[in-house]
Design a binder for this molecule. Structure first.
Ligand SMILES: C[S@@+](CC[C@H](N)C(=O)[O-])C[C@H]1O[C@@H](n2cnc3c(N)ncnc32)[C@H](O)[C@@H]1O
Length: 207
């Protein structure tokens, strides 16, 4: 099974799975490092069922939520049906369905370790940012839990923070900060014999 099929199959239970993996602390760190302001427009890339989008709506931002899985977007639409301010778009990492220089913020939580080419995906996220806009990626530090590739279709076993910093600089970002996001991502393998606890980084930059 490919990664896209995997996410479509788990879409209706993603919220429960997500609560087991990581907490709200990670998205709060993303909002605070970007100093998000109400009324502004953010893109949530690899939005899933809207973990990052939800907090942005609570802070009265407008959101373009992008995911390649229609099933994930469907779950999110059901969840936020009483909210205005979300624009749901199906799209892929290499070709985001958003015009150049459109959004004030780009946020992507636990998305980068699923894409084929992280630098290409980062450049594409920078493309849609307005000049002066801010990007925040929260993701896994480098780890050696092989079962995540098999059971959760992870493409990358986390990242070295120095690699992420170099990619941000190559993508033309300024004032780059790479730091701890706080909290770990935790899960146990299907056999119960391997237990992952992986630290989470926050990567910030300005266009
Ligand atoms: C681990 S989930 C994280 C979802 C959400 N950001 C969260 O924090 O709960 C990764 C999401 O990225 C999406 N995704 C993975 N690879 C993608 C790609 N190449 N293009 C677009 N979406 C992708 C998946 O469908 C899934 O919803």
């Amino acid at each position: 099974m490919g990664s896209k099929k995997y996410f479509s199959e788990v879409a209706n239970k993603w919220d429960v799975m997500r609560q087991g993996f990581f907490s709200e602390e990670v998205r709060e760190r993303a909002y605070s490092i970007a100093e998000v302001k109400k009324g502004q427009l953010a893109a949530d890339i690899g939005a899933g069922t809207g973990f990052v989008t939800e907090g942005l709506l609570q802070k009265a931002l407008k959101v373009i939520a992008v995911d390649w899985s229609d099933e994930m977007l469907h779950q999110m639409k059901q969840k936020f049906k009483d909210f205005e301010g979300v624009d749901y778009r199906q799209g892929e990492a290499e070709n985001l369905p958003i015009d150049n220089n459109t959004v004030d913020y780009v946020m992507a939580n636990m998305y980068l370790h699923h894409v084929d080419e992280p630098l290409t995906a980062i450049k594409e996220m920078v493309r849609i940012l307005k000049s002066g806009g801010k990007i925040v990626i929260t993701d896994l530090d480098e780890h050696n839990y092989e079962f995540l590739k098999l059971e959760h279709h992870d493409r990358w076993m986390g990242f070295k923070r120095e690699d992420v910093e170099q990619w941000f600089l190559k993508a033309g970002l300024k004032n780059v900060i790479i730091d701890c996001a706080g909290g770990n991502c935790c899960t146990t393998s299907n056999c119960g014999c391997d237990k992952a606890s992986i630290s989470i980084f926050v990567a910030y930059g300005e266009k």
